[in-house]
Design a protein around this ligand. Sequence first.
Ligand SMILES: [Mg+2]
Ligand SMILES: [Zn+2]
Length: 197
Amino acid sequence: MGISRKVNKAVFLDRDGVINELIYNEAGGEFEPPHRTEDIKIISGVPEALDKLTQNGFELFIISNQPDHAKGKTSLESLMLVRNKFMEILNIDREIIKEDYYCFHHPEGVTEGFSFNCECRKPNTLSVDTAVSKYGIDRNSSWMIGDRETDIECGINSRLKTILIKNKYNTYPGRVKPDHKASDLTSAAEIILNKKH
Ligand SMILES: [Mg+2]
Ligand SMILES: [Zn+2]
């Protein structure tokens, strides 16, 4: 007779470019995260992929850097409205995202109180560490999924397995290697669920 021990496994998800499309800003010539709730566009297949992960016993967390208030591009209120709307959309039927952790800081920001080197901005691990200790997450059974190198670095720094989503929003400098690459969250979920852990 073995001793059964429940293992709490988790998937830590970057938000922009993984869960939602980014918005092209013509003036700046770059892709930006949504600053208004009406600009939230969930990538096709994402709700189903999240559902599958939770059905297979993974706790899901969003870990997101949102520096645009620190950079003076939008208000904190707007970013909070967008954040709340994401939880409303994704958790519409039942709890899919357990908790969301946001960093609103930036080391070179222009907004007082938000412009410094913090511990919660990926690739730093404060947000992951907070969730791990709050929910007793087993790092060895858990994953980080993101579309930027900082996401993969955060996953590595947090001792998680990592999946890089390759999309049109980012180039990948390649300083560090993800464990896997996928074209979207649907494929990333398949990688996670097809493995024996
Ligand atoms: Mg991203
Ligand atoms: Zn921060």
